[in-house]
Ligand binder design. Structure first.
Ligand SMILES: [Zn+2]
Length: 127
């Protein structure tokens, strides 16, 4: 079960009691749209540690369109491009809207790293 707690401006921490090590952070986009948020996951598995960023990428089919069929046409063009080319290029904006928000992002990275290192040290001592 996950319980987000706010640790800094625009940053919350996910926690779980069922998983030995779990340090995931959610950083909100400065524009306020929830679909733009980034999740930062610190992971540990068998002595290997890594950091993963998750972000929803949205196909821009509504930008500059006035009629419903224009956005539908863009969806089909995107689907055909993916089908025939095998890949798509995306560009998505993520905004850290002030110094406090940037500090919160950095804090999440530093805190997650420290928690991960503390967990690695703990399991190393238990061996
Ligand atoms: Zn945004």
């Amino acid at each position: 079960m996950s319980e987000p707690s706010k640790i800094a401006y625009g940053v919350s921490r996910e926690s779980s009691k069922n998983i030995p090590f779990y340090a995931d952070y959610k950083v909100s986009c400065g524009c306020g749209h929830r679909d733009h948020d980034i999740s930062i996951d610190f992971e540990h598995d068998g002595g290997i540690v890594w950091l993963t960023f998750h972000k929803r990428i949205i196909w821009s089919c509504y930008w500059g369109t006035r009629r419903w069929y224009q956005s539908l046409k863009r969806r089909f063009l995107g689907a055909f491009t993916l089908f025939f080319r095998g890949w798509l290029e995306f560009e998505e904006t993520f905004i850290l809207d002030n110094v406090e928000h940037i500090d919160g992002f950095i804090l999440a990275l530093q805190e997650g790293k420290q928690r991960l290192l503390a967990y690695c040290e703990k399991i190393e001592k238990e061996k």
